[in-house]
Design a protein around this ligand. Sequence first.
Ligand SMILES: CC(C)(COP(=O)(O)OP(=O)(O)OC[C@H]1O[C@@H](n2cnc3c(N)ncnc32)[C@H](O)[C@@H]1OP(=O)(O)O)[C@@H](O)C(=O)NCCC(=O)NCCS
Length: 218
Amino acid sequence: MLRPVRVQLDTIERPVIVEFMSKEHVSRMQSFDCGVDGDEQTEFAQKEAWDTHRRCLSTVFIVHDKEENIISYFTLSPFIVSLKIKDDMSDDKKRLVEELRAKLEELLGMDIKYTSVPTILLGQFGLQKEYRGKGVGGEILSKIILPYAVFYAATIGGVGLSLHAKKKVAKKFYLKKSPLAEGFQVISRGGTYELFYPFVDEVQKFRIELIKRSRTTK
Ligand SMILES: CC(C)(COP(=O)(O)OP(=O)(O)OC[C@H]1O[C@@H](n2cnc3c(N)ncnc32)[C@H](O)[C@@H]1OP(=O)(O)O)[C@@H](O)C(=O)NCCC(=O)NCCS
């Protein structure tokens, strides 16, 4: 998974290349600009992405065209979603956590005795401003980010994709326009929404496939 991968994106009618960030991307990330309301993602790309990646605090993936123009970037890292019900939690939060536990138990077909479950965190995700508002983000989420998250979960354990998004972005993009909208669970609401996309089935299938492949290449 370290080698660059080509992915066809229908929304921009040409393939893109996805790869781990490397030193060669640093100067191009300096001119990455997410545009309106994307200051956090712009600043992260320009000032923090490389240090975060090389110190292994998360993994930065670059999505670029064949001329090396950066279209998007995102970060993945291991994460934990708490299933603990605490006395000081609001009733809304308690209900959301109970719903999540029930949903996961249904998907896993077993009781979950743990107080937390491992997930893969989508920490940062931004598009170069010219590509926003055309459905490119949704395609990257479903065709690139999700398969990578499933791959990591299949190799180290994980039951879904976690992310934190501003209320507006959560409501307009993740829970409405994105191709994954139907599957997202809301874990907490507020100025920031904590969202969780369970992918237990996909991970189980992928794990079986990985085991099969490893046996045939012996
Ligand atoms: C969020 C993002 C990845 C979505 O990709 P996209 O290709 O633009 O997504 P779509 O075209 O399918 O849909 C975009 C919808 O989300 C909304 N949206 C996107 N970014 C938003 C933001 N920062 N604040 C409010 N709404 C936002 C758009 O207004 C649009 O909704 P509308 O058509 O009802 O106006 C991209 O817009 C982006 O990079 N935004 C800035 C950075 C950001 O907020 N990243 C998410 C961090 S969790």
